[in-house]
Design a protein around this ligand. Structure first.
Ligand SMILES: C[S@@+](CC[C@H](N)C(=O)[O-])C[C@H]1O[C@@H](n2cnc3c(N)ncnc32)[C@H](O)[C@@H]1O
Length: 279
């Protein structure tokens, strides 16, 4: 089943959380000279127009990035993400939004490489075009779960893996965590970021339990919910599990999450920052 298109959702509140964290993680990785692998199991199209019919149909970015982009009092910890988005747009208008591959490209140095998986026949075309002149990118129209495992450990033993499935299939919840558990056995020092939607709380709790029952250590969980939990309508919140986060990420999140809640949220909104498994 491949009906999910990220173009409908680009720049929404879930992207704000996911991409602001990805930005902080990649910025941290580039502080050391030694190169690293960036592996994106579910890459999407690479870059999105907020003017096209998809983004305009849902208007989700209007409740996400559009509410933040022009603010003057952005916390220092959220600025790298906002500056990245600004660098792609003119001063006057917000019309482009980066997908995770575009965020990785922004940080790319000649010693790094990006390994991008995508299955959708249209999005793989967009992604390939986006990566056309990016020498150190490798795009593959194949299953990202298997792709991640095939690349680990990276030759220089430094890597960031983003696992960002569409969760069209309920099995994605279990499979995504299992992939990290298997990947961790091959490469325990890598940084892994797993995105999830809050649709049914029970499914998130099962993911937490799967991690707790595994050998994975040093796991941070961050969650931002726009609304109180309910199963009556779709995604009410979003979260990330981060294995081996940069040491200062937790304190950066303590600055960013209250701000995101204040700017995007309402009186039902809430967040969580929790070291689920210690080092
Ligand atoms: C949530 S989107 C990715 C968004 C992207 N990571 C970003 O942050 O900009 C999920 C993508 O996974 C693709 N996909 C679904 N199943 C896949 C699989 N098994 N392997 C690789 N890609 C897959 C979908 O076509 C979709 O484009």
């Amino acid at each position: 089943m491949l009906s999910y298109r990220h173009a409908f959702h680009a720049g929404n509140f879930a992207d704000v959380l996911k991409h602001s964290v990805l930005t902080l993680v990649l910025e941290y990785m580039t502080r050391k000279e030694k190169g690293f692998y960036y592996i994106d199991s579910h890459s999407g199209a690479g870059m999105y127009s907020l003017e096209d019919e998809y983004a305009q149909k849902t208007g989700e970015y209007k409740d996400g990035i559009a509410k933040l982009i022009d603010l003057q009092n952005i916390p220092d910890e959220l600025s790298p993400y906002i500056e990245l988005i600004k660098s792609l747009n003119s001063e006057k208008e917000l019309n482009i939004y980066p997908g995770s591959p575009a965020i990785a490209k922004y940080f790319d140095r000649r010693q790094d490489s990006a390994h991008l998986f995508e299955l959708h026949p249209t999005d793989i075309q967009h992604l390939s075009e986006f990566c056309h002149r990016w020498n150190k990118s490798h795009v593959s129209q194949s299953d990202g779960y298997q792709g991640v495992l095939g690349l680990l450990p990276p030759p220089n033993r430094r890597g960031v893996v983003l696992i960002d499935p569409p969760y069209e299939l309920k099995e994605d919840y279990k499979k995504a965590v299992n992939t990290i558990i298997k990947a961790y056995k091959k490469f325990a020092t890598g940084t892994y970021i797993l995105w999830y939607p809050v649709v049914k709380r029970e499914l998130v709790e099962k993911m937490q339990k799967q991690f707790i029952d595994s050998d994975v250590k040093n796991l941070l969980q961050v969650e931002y919910c726009q609304e109180a939990d309910t199963e009556e309508y779709g995604m009410t919140g979003t979260g990330l599990f981060i294995v081996n986060p940069p040491w200062q990420l937790q304190s950066q999140l303590h600055k960013n999450l209250p701000y995101i809640k204040e700017q995007l949220g309402n009186n039902q909104s809430h967040y969580l920052i929790s070291q689920l498994i210690d080092e």
